[in-house]
Write a new protein. Structure first.
Length: 160
């Protein structure tokens, strides 16, 4: 996290879901809004320019395989626009199994919660955003089991 804040730029406070270990001691995370990641943008339904910027940053960081920073960016987008369905989808994507490995322990429950939030807010989402949310719905469970997760991770990377 130090690298992100050391880079300068604007930052936003991001509330993280408390766990028993950090519920009272850890302050909210901070992530800088970088201005040098490139011009790519994927317009989303939001009334907040800051949410759009953080969403685009999360997208670019996912393309760069920097999933942890991408998750923080999508959470910052949520902080800027709590009604942005795509911002919650982005968080679930950042928590998903990726090319370099399976889901981290505990990530499935967080991804499930993020996609549930996206589903609750999908009424104002675009058709593309609704399709992205729907496509993630079956990947996550509220109470995951190791065997099912392993099967899904294997299918996701194309090894059956």
């Amino acid at each position: 996290m130090g690298f992100l804040t050391a880079c300068g730029g604007r930052s936003v406070s991001v509330e993280t879901a408390p766990s028993p270990a950090n519920a009272t001691t850890d302050p909210p995370a901070q992530i800088a809004l970088f201005d040098d990641l490139g011009p790519h943008s994927r317009p989303i339904v939001t009334f907040s320019d800051e949410a759009q910027e953080y969403f685009d940053q999360g997208l670019l960081l996912m393309y760069a395989f920097w999933t942890g920073a991408a998750e923080e960016s999508f959470k910052a987008a949520q902080a800027a626009d709590p009604d942005c369905a795509a911002c919650y989808w982005g968080e679930a994507w950042a928590l998903s199994p990726y090319l370099n490995g399976p889901m981290s322990p505990g990530s499935e429950r967080r991804a499930f919660a993020a996609i549930q939030n996206a589903k609750e807010k999908r009424g104002t989402a675009s058709e593309v955003e609704r399709a992205l949310i729907d496509s993630f719905e079956f990947w996550f469970e509220e109470d995951p089991t190791g065997d099912r997760r392993k099967t899904l991770d294997t299918r996701r990377v194309g090894h059956e």
